[in-house]
Each structure stands twice: as C-alpha cells, then as structure tokens.
Design a protein around this ligand. Structure first.
Ligand code: SAH
Ligand code: SF4
Ligand code: F3S
Length: 467
C-alpha cells in the first residue's frame, strides 16, 4: 500500500458514520437489531436517533399483521423524502424475508433488503458497495439461522435486563401465522454458544437474561459432549443459573404443547427462574383452535395452568388472543371469554385476526366482518384490562424484591425510563415498578435487587418505596 492510499483508507475508516435503526415487531427483532448495530461498530458506525442525518437507515420490519407491514411502507415513503443525500436505506427483518424483491417495487428507495437470517451479511454488503461502487439493490433472504449466529461478532454491550436468542424459527404452522415462512425452520443454538454469550452479558453488567425463541420451549440444543443427547430448555436454564452475576432468568414465547414436565418443575426448583410465563392460548374454542392448527384445546391449556400453579403457586400468566378468526361464532368467542375468566391473567395481548398472504386461514371463505372483530376485541380487552388491574392492585401493601433497571434498563416489559425523581425497576412477575427517590438513593444503583414496599397498583405498573 502506498503512503497516500494508506492515509486515504485510514481517513475513510476514521470518518464517523451514523446509523439509524427502528424496530417493529417482537423481541427477536430487538435482539437482532442490537446485534446488527454491534456488527457495524468496526466500520465506524455510531447510532443516531435522527433518521434525516443518518448515513444508513435500517428498518427492522414485522410481517405478523397487515397493519405492522403497512406501517413499514408508509415510513419508507417519509424516509425517501427526508433522507440525507447519498445515504443508504435497508429493509431488514420479516417483511424483507416475506416480500424480497417485491418490496423494491413498493419502495424503490431501498438499497438493501435483508431477511432475519441474513443480518450478519450487512457489514460485508456495505464494504462491497463502498469498494465496488455498487448501485443496484442488494437482496439477501437465505434462511440459515446457524450461519447468522456463527458469523455475528461477540456481544459488545448489555443492559441490566438483556435478551438472548436461543432458538429461532417455527415448525408449528398455525394456520394464521407467517412466522414459519419469515423465520424458517426451528433451529436451536448449541448450549456452549449460549453459555458463552450469557457469560459475556454477565461480565458487561446484565443481571437478568430473557431467553428468546419463536417457540422457545421447543428448544433442543446440542450439549458439550458427544452422544449425551440434546438439552431441553429446563436443563439450559439450570446451567445458566450457575452464572453468579445472573440473578434472574425468563423465557419467551412458549407453545402450550411444548410445555414439558421438566420445564414446569423448573419453576418450582430453580430460584432464579422468575414466576412469570407468557403462554399464548389464542382462543378458548375447541373448534377454532382446531382450525388454527394449534394442536391443543382449552382443556389442555387449563390443565397446564393447573400444573404450573401446583409447581409455583404465585406464577403470573400472560397470553395472546386472536378474535375474529374465520368462522368464529359468538359462541366460540364466549368460550374465549370463559377461558380468560377461568385462568385470570396477570397480563395479555389481544388482536383482531388479520389475513396474511400465503397462510391457509387467509383463503378460508368465512371471514368475519371488521365491526364484529372490533366489537369482540373491545369486550375481551375490557375483561383482560380488569384482570391486569386487579392483579397489580393485589400487591399494594406488600413487599417485593425488584430489579433496578434505571433509565434505559431495557429488556422487555417494564425496562427502564422512570420519570424525574423515580427509579425504574421490574418485579419478579414482570411488572414495571417505579420507586420514589427519598433522601440518599445511592444504594439504588441499576443492577441491584432491592426490597420495595408497593404503595399503588395501576393498570400497567406499580409504584413503591425502597424499603
Ligand atoms: N410464537 C408465538 C407468537 C408468535 S406471533 C406463539 O406461538 O404464540 C405473536 C402473536 O401474534 C401470536 O401469539 C398471535 O396471537 C398473533 N398473531 C399471529 N398471527 C396473527 C394474525 N394473522 N392476525 C392476528 N394476530 C396474529
Ligand atoms: Fe406462529 Fe404458531 Fe409458530 Fe407461534 S407457534 S410462531 S403462532 S406458527
Ligand atoms: Fe413480527 Fe417477525 Fe417477530 S413477523 S412478530 S418480527 S418473528
């Protein structure tokens, strides 16, 4: 290399570049987004919150419902008008996977289209574009999750509550869902890789780890030794609990049919496993669950709830529900309300059924009118909101060990961002807790677990005092 070219290339390396990233969709996208940003650090990219001054704009897209997918295109339209001259625009995540080259027709502004299992290719694409002056759009939609995990650099940062993807993809093919097509087949990361990543996170300050997977309780990962068989999620959790700095472990999202005995028992035996479980039921009607291809009925769900509560009486349960699935009658919907009444959820999400291209349910001819979906959603939400409020209010006057997340604590429900004079924390049951600052609060540093007296319970959070 000549002296002048060396100076030029180091100047190029040193030039600060800005990357803007917006997340849509689930926690897997949050995890992927964070890792993608880390992979850009060696190229000199720093994160900015301002899309208009960014050299690279990345949208981590979600394809789960029509609304989520449409939002991407309206945002891309806005970005096209306001973006900095010469900047690059990348569509990443599940819309990129589902639509591939088709997304270019709707958004010609795109320079890069990257499916969820191709995120690790971004640095290489950027280098090549720069080196070779490529102008056409780069499209990467291969579906090999193991290549992604093997190629990403080690974790560079950790929040107090940190996500760690252990499983990707889904083989269950519920008739309404795009995930098996956008994330591909189920893949479990090897135990060794997960432990290494958890140890790095612990070293960088994580106190709580949230194990992620589209179907996380179907985890079956390669262990250390040849011939020892595949590890279950329960076994993985118990091993991760040996890391001293990790005080709390959670996992999401689980399928009722994969809720195995050893995992239920882990809720009784493993102190670090938090008493909270997101276990989507989708519907309470046997007929609808069958049409959804869920392969369980409401009774099976209820039996799992009972076993979980026997193992861990205080476990808080959360669910997802879909209303207005094709053919859903008022009687079917009543069964959904009945299941929710019976279980009494600590928290739950509910959605109107959204027909998704390429999924079997979208071509059923007994689609439900929008007004009926809306009306059922309103009724279900009324019940679920009342349950959540009741659950939160039940803690008033009680003491809870809360994990202090501090501003920007991150990591799922209730991470970070207390108001002025408050400290953000998270309860064992996943609730956001805001602690009043009183006198000297130096001992209330993020990362600590503190005893809190709960003084108020709201619809979506608790308020308390450090005791
Ligand atoms: N793997 C998880 C969740 C995947 S998607 C599971 O099996 O539960 C998250 C939630 O989005 C689902 O639980 C479901 O309630 C909802 N969802 C998925 N597809 C949908 C669709 N077509 N319309 C409405 N809601 C949908
Ligand atoms: Fe979708 Fe069903 Fe797989 Fe969940 S289990 S990701 S709802 S196909
Ligand atoms: Fe959305 Fe993909 Fe997650 S479709 S919900 S971002 S797996």
């Amino acid at each position: 290399m000549t002296v002048s070219s060396e100076i030029k290339s180091s100047a190029r390396r040193a030039a600060p570049r800005r990357v803007f990233l917006k997340n849509y969709g689930c926690q897997m996208n949050v995890y992927d987004g964070a890792r993608m940003l880390e992979s850009l650090t060696p190229l000199g990219y720093q994160r900015t919150e301002d899309a208009e001054s960014a050299d690279l704009v990345i949208l981590m897209s979600c394809h789960i419902r029509a609304k989520a997918a449409e939002k991407i295109y309206s945002d891309l339209g806005r970005i096209r008008q306001k973006k900095k001259e010469g900047s690059l625009v990348a569509l990443a995540g599940c819309v990129a996977q589902a639509e591939g080259a088709e997304s270019l027709r709707r958004a010609p502004v795109l320079d890069i289209v990257l499916g969820p299992q191709s995120l690790h290719k971004l640095p290489q694409i950027l280098r090549r574009r720069e080196r070779e002056g490529i102008a056409e759009t780069s499209i990467e939609t291969a579906l090999a999750a193991d290549a992604k995990f093997r190629s990403l650099p080690p974790r560079g940062r950790a929040s107090v509550s940190a996500f760690l993807t252990v499983q990707e993809g889904c083989d269950r093919f519920c008739s309404f869902c795009v995930v098996p097509y956008t994330r591909g087949a189920e893949f479990s990361r090897p135990v060794m890789d997960i432990i290494k990543e958890a140890e790095i996170l612990a070293l960088k300050g994580a106190k709580e780890i949230i194990l992620l997977g589209q179907n996380v309780n179907a985890y079956r990962g390669r262990g250390f030794k040849r011939g020892e068989g595949l590890w279950s999620l329960a076994r993985l959790i118990k091993r991760l609990a040996h890391i001293p700095e990790i005080r709390r472990i959670r996992y999401t999202t689980s399928h009722p049919s994969d809720m195995k005995e050893d995992l239920i028992r882990a809720h009784q035996e493993e102190e670090k496993l938090m008493p909270f479980l997101h276990l989507p039921a989708q519907s309470g009607s046997e007929r609808i669950l069958k049409a959804m291809n869920r392969r369980h009925d409401a009774d099976f769900y209820w039996r799992i709830v009972k076993r979980l509560r026997e193992a861990r009486p205080d476990i808080a349960l959360s669910s997802d529900f879909i209303v207005g699935f094709p053919g859903e009658t008022e009687e079917d919907f009543q069964k959904t309300l009945a299941l929710a009444e019976r279980v009494s959820f600590a928290q739950a999400y509910s959605f109107k059924y959204s027909p998704r291209p390429g999924t079997p349910a979208a071509s059923l001819d007994n689609q439900i009118p929008e007004e009926t979906k809306q009306e059922r959603l309103t009724r279900l939400r009324l019940l679920l909101d009342a349950q959540q409020r009741r659950f939160n209010e039940s803690f008033v006057g009680r003491h809870l060990p809360v994990l202090l997340t501090g501003a920007g604590g991150g990591g799922g429900r209730g991470g970070g961002g207390g108001r002025e004079g408050q400290i953000a924390a998270k309860s064992p049951y996943g609730q956001s807790v805001y602690l009043e600052k009183e006198g000297d609060s130096r001992h209330l540093a993020p990362g600590r677990v503190s005893d809190a007296l709960i003084t108020e319970g709201y619809a979506h959070a608790l308020r308390g005092r450090a005791a």
